[in-house]
Write a protein that binds this ligand. Structure first.
Ligand code: FAD
Length: 476
C-alpha cells in the first residue's frame, strides 16, 4: 500500500458510513456506486502499479449536476475524494492514497458539439481521447494532442494534467488549445468558464487554474477545445545517428528544412528501442545505432511534403549526420513506426520495477542525465535509458530494476531532481506532480510560488477534500 511504502499519515477526514453510502446510492442508483472490493481494485491501482490505495467507494456520475451534488455532500461531511479519468497517469495522482472516494468520469463521455467551421468542440470530461479523435476525424478535424495512452485516457484527465504528448512541438500545449472549462469546485459550486471563443480577455483566465492542477482545485466536467484541421498529407521518417550531437544537428536542420510541416521530432536511445525489439519482438526498420529519431510531418499537399522530406534526408545522409533512415507515407508502415515509439512505456514494465522521470532539460544537456545515472547506478540496474519529446526538450528517463528497493530509491532520489534543478530544468515536464513528486516541487518552483499555490488551494478547497496528499507539499 502507498501509505506504507511512502510513510504518509491519513488526514483528518471522516470515515465512510452506511449513511454516506445511502446518499450516493440514492443519488446515482446502485449500478453507479461500486463498493465490491474486487471491483474497486482496478480504481485503486495506478497504471504503472507503483501506488495502491484502498477506497471502497467508486462513484460514476453522468452529469455535472451529479458531480456537484457529490462534492457538496463530501465537503459538508469532510469526505476526501480522488477524481479519476482513464487512470493512465504516471505520477500516482489518479488513485487514492487511503480510502478517498473515487469520482470516475468514465460515464461522462458525450461530445456535445462540433463546430466544423471554427474547429471548436465541446465535450464531457470522460470522453476517451482516441474516440474524440475518431469522431471529429469524420468531420475533417483532429484533436491537437496525441499520446500513447490515447485509447484509455480521458480528455478531462488530459486537461487536468496538461498532457503534452507527441505533437506538442506543432500544436502547442493545452493552455493554448483549451478555450473553455466547466468545473465543479470543492463546495459543489459549478463554475462555467466554458467559453468557445478564441479571444476572451474578460478578467482573469480562470480556466488555467484547472489545466494542470491534477484534480486539486476542482473536478473538470466539460472542456471546449480548438481543434486543427486533419492534415491531408502525413509523412514519417525513422533515422539512425551515431551521437547525441548528431541528434541536435538533425533537429536544427529539420526545423530549417521542414519548417511549417514538422509535427513531431522524437528521440529513442538504443536501450529504449531494445525494450520493444526485445520484449515485444518488434522489428526496427534500420540496423542498430546509438540513437534513433522519429520524424513526422503534417501538411496539406503530399507531393510537396514528400519532396521536402526526401530532400532533407538526402542532404542529412549525404553529409553523414544521419547514418541510415527510412521514410514512408503508407498508413500501415507509419503505424508500425509509431508503435515502436509508443510501446516503450508499457514494455519497460516487463523489466521489473521502473523508476520513471519526466524531465524538461535545456536541449543541449538533454541526454547527459542518462550518462550521469549510468555512472551513479551502473550495473545494479536492468536498464537505464532515455527517450522522449526532444523537440520540446522533454526526456523520459527510466531506470528499471528486477524489483523495488528502498536503497535504490534513496540513491536515485532526490539526486535526479537536484541534478535537473541545477540545470534549471523542470522535475515534471508533462506528467504532473501527483502523489509521487509532491515533495520535490521546490526543485522547480520558488518558495513564493509554492506559497501562492498553497493560498489558492486553501481558498478553493478549505477542507482539503480534493485529491489530498498530491500536487503540493504539506503546508506548514
Ligand atoms: P488519470 O490518470 O485518471 O488522472 C490524472 C490526474 O488528473 C489525477 O491527478 C486525477 O485526479 C486528475 N483528473 C483526472 N480527471 C479529472 C477531472 N475530470 N477533473 C479533475 N481532475 C481530474 N502524458 C503526457 O503528457 N504525454 C505523453 O506522451 C504521455 N504518454 C503516455 C503513454 C502511456 C503508455 C501512458 C500509460 C501514459 C502516458 N502519459 C503521457 C500520461 C497520461 O496518459 C496523461 O497524464 C493523461 O493525461 C492522463 O489522463 P487520464 O484520463 O488517464 O487521467
Amino acid at each position: 500500500l502507498t501509505k506504507d511504502r511512502y510513510n504518509v499519515k491519513r488526514g483528518e477526514y471522516s470515515l465512510l458510513t452506511d449513511g454516506h453510502m445511502a446518499f450516493f446510492m440514492n443519488l446515482l442508483g446502485q449500478n453507479r456506486v461500486i463498493n465490491d472490493p474486487s471491483e474497486c481494485e482496478s480504481y485503486n491501482i495506478d497504471w504503472i502499479k507503483n501506488v495502491r490505495g484502498q477506497s471502497r467507494c467508486i462513484l460514476k456520475p453522468r452529469t455535472t449536476e451529479e458531480v456537484s451534488k457529490i462534492l457538496e455532500f463530501c465537503n459538508e461531511n469532510k469526505l476526501a475524494v480522488c477524481p479519476q479519468g482513464g487512470n493512465t497517469g504516471l505520477v500516482g495522482g489518479s488513485v487514492p492514497v487511503f480510502d478517498e472516494i473515487v469520482i470516475s468520469t468514465a460515464l461522462m463521455n458525450q461530445i456535445e458539439s462540433i463546430d466544423e467551421i471554427s474547429g471548436v468542440i465541446v465535450c464531457q470530461a470522460g470522453c476517451i481521447l482516441e474516440n474524440i479523435d475518431q469522431q471529429i476525424g469524420e468531420k475533417g478535424l483532429m484533436v491537437p494532442l496525441d499520446l500513447g495512452a490515447k485509447g484509455s485516457c480521458h480528455i478531462g484527465g488530459n486537461v487536468s494534467t496538461n498532457a503534452g504528448g507527441l505533437r506538442l512541438l506543432r500544436y502547442g500545449n493545452l493552455h493554448g488549445s483549451v478555450l473553455g472549462v466547466e468545473a465543479v469546485k470543492a463546495n459543489g459550486e459549478i463554475l462555467d468558464c466554458l467559453s468557445t471563443l478564441k479571444k476572451d480577455n474578460t478578467g482573469y483566465h480562470l480556466k488555467h487554474l484547472f489545466i494542470g492542477s491534477e484534480g486539486s482545485l476542482g473536478v473538470v466536467t466539460k472542456v471546449a477545445i480548438q481543434c486543427p484541421t486533419k492534415p491531408k498529407a502525413i509523412n514519417m521518417a525513422f533515422l539512425g545517428v551515431e551521437s547525441f550531437d548528431s541528434v541536435l544537428t538533425t533537429f536544427r536542420r529539420c526545423k530549417n528544412e521542414l519548417g511549417e510541416i514538422l509535427s513531431s521530432f522524437e528521440l529513442i536511445d538504443a536501450l529504449s528501442l531494445d525494450v520493444v525489439t526485445g520484449h515485444y519482438k518488434m522489428q526496427s526498420p534500420i540496423p542498430q545505432f546509438p540513437f534513433y529519431i522519429l520524424i513526422e510531418t503534417h501538411g496539406s499537399c503530399n507531393e510537396h511534403d514528400e519532396e521536402k522530406l526526401n530532400r532533407f534526408l538526402e542532404s542529412a545522409m549525404g553529409d553523414g549526420v544521419v547514418l541510415d533512415g527510412t521514410a514512408t507515407n503508407q498508413p500501415s508502415k507509419m503505424k508500425q513506426l509509431w508503435e515502436l515509439r509508443e510501446s516503450i512505456t508499457q514494455g519497460l514494465l516487463m523489466d521489473g520495477y521502473v523508476f520513471k522521470y519526466d524531465l524538461s532539460i535545456p536541449i543541449k544537456e538533454f541526454y547527459a542525465i542518462v550518462d550521469v545515472m549510468n555512472e551513479k547506478i551502473g550495473k545494479d540496474a536492468v536498464r537505464i535509458c532515455g527517450y522522449g519529446h526532444i523537440g520540446d526538450s522533454n526526456i523520459h528517463l527510466n531506470l528499471s530494476f528486477k524489483e523495488y528497493s528502498k536503497e535504490m530509491h534513496n540513491k536515485i532520489e532526490p539526486f535526479v531532481y537536484e541534478y535537473t534543478s541545477s540545470l534549471k530544468g523542470s522535475v515534471s515536464a508533462e506528467h504532473g506532480i501527483g502523489f509521487r513528486k509532491s515533495k520535490y516541487v521546490h526543485y522547480s518552483k520558488s518558495p513564493a510560488a509554492i506559497n501562492l499555490m498553497q493560498d489558492i488551494k486553501r481558498m478553493m478547497d478549505p477542507n482539503k477534500i480534493l485529491n489530498p496528499y498530491k500536487v503540493l507539499p504539506e503546508s506548514s
